[in-house]
Write a protein that binds this ligand. Structure first.
Ligand SMILES: [Zn+2]
Length: 892
């Protein structure tokens, strides 16, 4: 069997034993024979690509010459190609020409094997290929977006090549480690305009004025996933332009309708670019950076060299207060584009660093809550994890890679201080500029430049243990005479007493050094530090007073803290008695408390006491947000239980009984959040508050669907929301609730306008019949329709539909998976999470996985997670469900 750690072993020989949690439930099902990597015996160093764009159209044509180095004599060459029709090719060597006599397609690994008419000796040669391609339907590779601009229908072509899209656009050596220079020319219809990675070097009218040929200056060496072109009217002239202090030309392209956003975005963009050039102390070696705010884009942003793309659906990209995403993509210009991780198993190196800097400019605090959430399940994975096939590669772009990655770098920063952290980043950029690096390289820099003799263990050991094992610690703190003792174990949502497949590890496979940041008082300047090991019981003496210990109050550590009953009650008492208590402390307690309750570590009564104590405090922006998160989580988790009504009652009344029933006061709060709250006119009234957090959630956690959930559940709540907010989405929801016949009306309306942006609300809102569900599911899984719907809204739809009719949706979804020509990757990505995890039936899923071994093998993580969540749900019902009434009665 193909080892999942083949590359990781080569990089880090000692890491092999870790990551037990990637083991599938049914091990024998995994049988992957073809290696998806290209051999390293043929490497590219120069490409010359001419690509011919038809618009409108369904196909494109290309001719590419790659200069390659052959280091082992061969008569075959493997090249990445996905869905391309490569029909002619030859190789020119020093004194020979060799023809490709057979193109052997390997669709499962997205390669073509070129069979040559002769053996080629080790040498540098030029490989020329002619091919035809098809605009992709899934927004990966080269695709066409349809959009409306000022009332007119338009089209534009854009590429999105990360991580393996380049091979859908051009047959190339599409490995992250193969860096080469790209010289690109685009032939495109007159009336359209083209942009690429490099500045435009020439533009000529050809073919009797019917086409333009636009050529770009060659790029510096870069990985193929950064290759980008954009073609269309919208690329004619920048909507906004400016220069960085260092003289880099920055352009923003957008629809005319979006020109105001683009103009507003520019100052923040230039500010961040200047800031990062100063902070890294390394100027960017580019003349220009084009940016496009694009109507159809799969992710929020993509850092393509010299042509960065943003989705126009990113809320508030134009607000200076929300520069997180811009910062993220700009950081990549140094880390990722210039200094590049050696393999996709190391995605977290570039994404973790970019996320770390992003968080400094994002409005959400550094709690890395989504990363923790994902990392709390048995099917979590280590940051350093080698995908076994191309399908698994997408897992290296989840919240664990981004957020936990960011958190590990954040911990490092707190350990060594900002100046040293920045210095190491600078060394990394300088040393690996236009090159690649791996974990050993980074650890080397750490040990060379940040070694502190009094810190044990070494930072390298700290870093390696945190990236090579899944999960994170829960620290249990108990009061003892003269101080506290702290113990650590992995934090999982399920407790292991359920089916044996989910036997939870009670300790970390490799002893992990845990950095402890703590204080004994409310005063942040008294912060102290100590290391503890995950297998150790740590005693921290506190001779002073009341045994207070504030652990991780400052959000430095990627772990949860579980105070014992005595300490927890003391904390709550402190909050109740001292209005000057630091908000950070309360917020962290709130962030940790709900997962502790849900996992059975903390009794719900304690959480209710905390909520009651917080309720009595003057309002703080951050505390309000955290409280609303907890309340929303409660509603979501109780939705399927009979206690839902009593929980809903409590949540609705929570703010009603507020002593200061006034506008929320935001001392020091961000202007952006204030804007949102005022826009939603939140007056501490029940629905408005929840709606307020729903809006904020877009900004805060990108976990919108979880906030939609309570709305789907409760019809009354939906229509109240509509009344209060006047939001279009809610209006539609409520309208359909009132008159189910309107479902057809909206369905038609949005279908005709090809504007599906608010489409999800239909599903959320309709009091739909089982028949409607059948139709909508059918509609959503019709392949030609998929590109027109924003993928983010697919999962919202799925969530909404599943909420209304979980059993039916599970049945439809599983049936769909068994169809032969199903677009599996699409389905699993957009539907599985919502559907398989919302209300999965363990027995049913297990049965299905046994009956359909091949399907199970393919969708294993989603199935495993669904089964685990189903176990979690019964555990939740047992631990929490039957106690909530008791807990709430006490505060009524
Ligand atoms: Zn990124």
């Amino acid at each position: 069997m193909f080892s999942i750690f083949s590359i990781a072993i080569a990089i880090l020989p000692t890491f092999q034993k870790s990551n037990p949690n990637k083991t599938p439930l049914l091990k024998h099902l995994t049988n992957i024979t073809d290696d998806y990597h290209l051999p390293s015996t043929v490497t590219p160093f120069w490409y010359d690509l001419t690509i011919r764009i038809y618009l409108p159209g369904t196909t494109f044509y290309g001719q590419v010459t790659s200069q390659i180095r052959i280091s082992t004599p061969t008569n075959t060459i493997q090249i990445s190609s996905d869905g391309l029709d490569v029909y002619y090719g030859f190789i020119i060597g020093a004194n020979f020409v060799s023809k490709v006599i057979h193109f052997e397609s390997k669709p499962s690994v997205r390669k073509v094997i070129l069979h040559l008419d002769r053996q080629i000796a080790s040498s540098d040669v030029r490989l020329t290929l002619y091919y035809r391609g098809f605009y992709s339907k899934d927004f990966k590779g080269l695709y066409v977006a349809q959009y409306n601009d000022q009332g007119k229908k338009k089209q534009a072509v854009l590429s999105f090549n990360s991580p393996i899209g380049a091979r859908k656009m051009v047959p190339c050596f599409d490995e992250i480690a193969f860096k080469a220079s790209w010289k690109v020319a685009v032939v495109h219809p007159a009336g359209t305009f083209a942009r690429g990675n490099g500045p435009v070097s020439s533009k000529t009218l050809i073919e009797s004025g019917k086409y333009y040929k636009t050529s770009f200056e060659p790029t510096k060496v870069m990985s193929s996933y950064l290759l980008a072109i954009g073609v269309g009217e919208m690329f004619a002239e920048a909507t906004a332009s400016g220069h960085s202090n260092s003289g880099i030309l920055v352009n923003v392209f957008s629809k005319q309708t979006d020109s105001k956003r683009a103009k507003n975005m520019l100052p923040a963009y230039l500010r961040q670019l200047d800031y990062l050039e100063r902070r890294f102390g390394v100027p960017l070696k580019v003349k220009k950076i084009d940016n496009v705010v694009f109507p159809e884009f799969l992710v929020q942003g993509m850092e393509n060299e010299g042509l960065i793309s943003f989705s126009e659906k990113v809320p508030s990209i134009e607000y200076a207060e929300n520069a997180g995403l811009i910062t993220h993509e700009l950081v990549h210009q140094w880390i990722g584009n210039s200094a590049t991780p050696k393999s996709w198993a190391l995605t977290f190196l570039k994404e973790g660093i970019a996320t770390f800097y992003e968080k400094e400019f994002a409005i959400n605090p550094m709690t890395f809550a989504n990363g923790m959430e994902c990392d709390s399940w048995m099917n979590s994975h280590a940051l350093l994890s080698e995908p076994r096939d191309l399908f698994e590669l997408s897992w290296n772009f989840d919240d664990i890679v981004y957020q936990k990655g960011g958190a590990v770098f954040s911990m490092l920063r707190w350990l060594i201080g900002t100046p040293k952290f920045d210095f190491i980043m600078k060394q990394l950029i300088l040393k690996f500029s236009d090159s690649t690096f791996d974990v050993a390289d980074f650890v080397n820099l750490l040990d060379t430049h940040a070694h502190r003799s009094h810190i044990e263990p070494s930072l390298g050991t700290f870093f390696k243990t945190w990236i090579s094992q899944p999960n994170f610690p829960i620290l249990t703190v108990s009061a003892v005479s003269g101080g506290v003792i702290i113990t650590a174990k992995p934090f999982y949502y399920i407790d292991g007493t359920f089916p044996s497949t989910f036997a939870k590890p009670t300790s970390f496979p490799e002893v992990r050094p845990i950095p402890l940041w703590y204080r004994f008082s409310n005063d942040p300047s008294t912060l102290q530090f100590a290391w503890m090991y995950s297998n150790e019981t740590k005693f921290i003496p506190n001779r002073n007073i009341a045994n207070y210990i504030f652990l991780n109050t400052d959000n430095y550590g990627f772990y949860r803290v579980h105070y014992d009953a005595l300490l927890y009650r003391k904390m709550v008492l402190l909050i109740r008695n001292d209005y000057k208590i630091e908000p950070n402390f309360i917020d962290r307690l709130l962030v940790d408390s709900w997962p502790l309750v849900a996992s059975g570590h903390l009794s719900i009564e304690y959480l209710v006491e905390l909520l009651e104590a917080v309720r009595a405090l003057p309002r703080q922006e951050s505390t309000l947000i955290r409280t609303l998160h907890v309340l929303n989580s409660m509603m979501k988790e109780f939705a399927h239980l009979q206690e839902y009504d009593v929980v809903k009652e409590y949540v609705f009344n929570y703010f009603k009984r507020q002593p200061e029933n006034k506008h929320i006061n935001f001392p020091g709060g961000s202007a952006l959040i204030q804007k949102y709250f005022h826009a939603a006119d939140v007056k501490l009234h029940q629905h408005e508050c929840l709606f307020g957090v729903e809006i904020c959630a877009k900004e805060y956690e990108n976990a919108f669907h979880s906030y939609l959930y309570p709305f789907c559940k409760d019809d009354q709540m939906l229509s109240d929301c509509h009344r209060v907010t006047g939001s279009l989405e809610v209006v539609i929801c409520a309208a359909i609730q009132t008159n189910p016949a309107l479902f057809d009306y909206f369905l038609q309306k949005y279908e005709i306008e090809e504007d599906y942006l608010t489409f999800y609300s239909i599903a959320a809102g309709f009091a739909c019949t089982t028949e409607d569900i059948d139709r909508l599911f059918d509609l959503l899984t019709t392949p030609h329709r998929q590109p027109h719907i924003d993928p983010a809204h697919y999962s919202l739809l799925a969530t909404a539909m599943t909420t209304k009719h979980p059993d039916q949706m599970q049945r439809l979804f599983l049936a769909k998976l068994t169809e032969p020509d199903v677009n599996a990757e699409f389905l699993i990505k957009t539907f599985s999470r919502a559907m398989l995890s919302m209300k999965a039936d363990y027995g049913h899923l297990m049965q299905f996985s046994r009956n359909h071994a091949r399907i199970y093998a393919k969708y294993r993580p989603a199935f495993d997670l669904a089964m685990e969540k189903s176990v979690f749900r019964s555990q939740f019902e047992h631990y929490v469900g039957n106690r909530i009434g008791f807990a709430l009665k006490r505060v009524a």
